[in-house]
Design a protein. Structure first.
Length: 282
């Protein structure tokens, strides 16, 4: 084994060897996103059941055993396991967001599908070129095809938060493009399962800022003052919401800066996605 592997990786590989499993590393010559790489993996697999997890995930030693134990030979079936996110005492904003995986119904950090089910729904949609909404897209296709998705609580995967750069929350907003794509494909399911988290406060911040600029241009100073106060109040609310679990000074400064920029970047990418996929989406 290459010395480039750390001890944790070596232990995982050795455990696989213990059960006489063969490991293969497949890759795409051109970066095309998680959906494309997962399709490459399951299409090359020869087993009846295909289990998915992700980088930075730590499957429990009995993870596959619990998934296989509940399998009764059904040709068309899917399973969803349990994801646990160990958080520090004072989690950062991005760590809290990752913890939402614990309440997600179906995520590729811990799921399993029969190969026939994946063939029936066409696998992952490779238009999702970032790691965002491609798992919801697969879930919605399973639902549309009336393929059962069974919850297996005992099948556990840990997903520890990773270290990220200070501007990661700004960069993450680009994923909003794919909200529009998912909405266009499954408007009913999107409204039912995802739309409850629509960022109306971000739109209000953007509108307040535009109205402030227009008021200054039109020399309506009092109206400009009203709009700039609205923008400031909404922005402070966003920052305070994101800071509710931490008081670290460096994180406070980070949240103050990114909370000013995130709403505008988020709205931009949401509207970009709506235009790109030609769907009315806010």
């Amino acid at each position: 084994m290459s010395d480039g592997f750390d001890d944790a990786t070596k232990n995982i590989v050795n455990e696989f060897k213990q059960y006489h499993a063969a490991l293969y590393y497949l890759y795409l010559p051109v970066k095309r996103g998680s959906a494309a790489t997962r399709n490459l993996g399951w299409q090359r697999a020869w087993g009846k059941l295909i289990a998915f997890t992700e980088d930075y995930c730590l499957p429990d030693k009995d993870w596959l055993s619990f998934l296989y134990k509940i399998y009764k030979g059904e040709e068309v079936i899917a399973y969803s396991g349990t994801v646990k996110v160990p958080l520090p005492t004072n989690p950062a904003d991005h760590e809290e967001k990752i913890s939402n995986l614990e309440t997600s119904e179906f995520v590729t950090a811990n799921c399993c599908c029969s190969k026939v089910a994946l063939e029936k729904v066409g696998g992952f949609d490779e238009r999702f070129t970032m790691a965002w909404r491609e798992d919801s897209d697969l879930e919605f296709k399973l639902i549309r095809q009336h393929i059962p998705v069974i919850k297996v609580k005992e099948a556990l995967v840990l997903r520890p938060p990773r270290q990220v750069s200070w501007d990661s929350s700004i960069k993450e907003q680009k994923k909003g493009i794919f909200n529009a794509l998912l909405y266009k494909k499954f408007p009913d399911l999107y409204r039912k399962k995802i739309l409850i988290n629509r960022p109306w406060n971000y739109y209000m911040i953007a509108v307040a800022f535009v109205c402030t600029v227009l008021s200054f241009v039109l020399s309506v100073q009092r109206l400009a003052l009203v709009f700039i106060l609205c923008w400031a109040a909404l922005t402070v609310n966003v920052a305070m919401t994101r800071l509710r679990t931490t008081r670290a000074l460096n994180h406070v400064a980070e949240m103050a800066l990114t909370s000013i920029l995130v709403p505008f970047v988020s709205v931009y990418w949401q509207l970009y996605g709506a235009i790109k996929y030609r769907t009315f989406f806010l």
